[in-house]
Write a protein that binds this ligand. Sequence first.
Ligand code: FAD
Length: 359
Amino acid sequence: LPDIFYKVDILVIGAGQAGLSAAYHLKREGIKPGKGFVVLDDEFGPGGAWQHRWDSLTLSNVNGINDLPGMGFADAVNTKDKELQANIAIPKYYEQYEKTFELPVIRPVRVSEVTERNERFIIRTNGIQFSARGLINATGTWKTPNCPRYPGWEKFQGRQLHTGEYKNAGEFAGKHVIIVGGGISAIQLLGEVSEVTQTTWVTRRPPDFRKYEFTPELGHEAVAMVEKRVRAGLPPDSVVSVTGLPITPAIEKMLKKGVLDRKPMFEEITATGVRWADGTILDADVIFWNTGFRHSLDHLAPLKLMNDKGGIEMTGRLATQVAKDPRIHLTGYGPSASTIGANRAGRAAAKELIEFLKL
Ligand code: FAD
């Protein structure tokens, strides 16, 4: 039987901040929803990764949510209510945004593989197949947790979970929790879990606490360094690896309480806990991996975009265009992995791709 494809000029994969921004700009530039472009997203509802974030992440402690183009966050949600959970408020905003601008988001559709045939991309999904001349990939990181497999992983009789599965600290009451990881999420969740139960904090490298205030200038510098890396074809590093961890009032409080007594990484997981290289053992009920996420790009593997440095060389005005194949843009990737970065990347990707494809 011949393959049947739904043909579009541009296919956007992912409807988080990065995909919605790209969709808005494609439409604004005159690309028609439908045959001109569609957005595929594998979730049941709007909100991208935000719909899965833990309950204590509220409008008072998120780093700041940048407005999507054309409609403010405050136009959709009462942002004065700082107790509002991010996992409720932001999906509500995105839902209203998609409706207001009549963006052609099709869900739930999971893209499993993108290949190339006759100068078109063939997009395989769990539903119908698509064929496109250009791609804007905006799949984020939430779907690909980074979870190192330490020896003995499978023997542990307690519970192991990753940041992506966490909802609230209540479920750990009365349990000894080993928290692994040295990033912002690890520390935030260590603070929260240590309020209700006994914790042990473990990191690979000593945490890089720095006494300074995180200013927008520092943010720009950090993003510029990540951009430099991806333009050189290196894997993007996290912003924290560049800026270190600024000592916030919350961290100061944890330091005083002794919660941030860090232990080096253990060597092995046992049935009942963990064992360090010097033979010390510790029994625990839970191992909580706050070890970050990777960019979700596995579906693009057949296109062989990755180089032998493990990165993808990026080009274009905001480094969203794949140097090896200018018909592909990655938004929300590397320097644009924030709500503000994703916004700008969506605009740059839409404009550059339209120009390249002469639409
Ligand atoms: P996402 O929101 O993850 O959207 C990607 C979409 O693509 C999802 O709906 C996903 O399900 C879908 N998808 C993935 N793979 C496929 C596939 N194969 N087929 C179909 N669909 C697919 N940034 C800020 O600016 N301010 C903050 O305060 C802030 N706080 C953060 C807190 C945490 C805990 C974390 C982890 C990140 C935070 N960030 C923050 C970063 C920010 O969340 C993201 O960079 C930003 O939301 C960009 O989203 P995105 O569109 O790239 O990805």
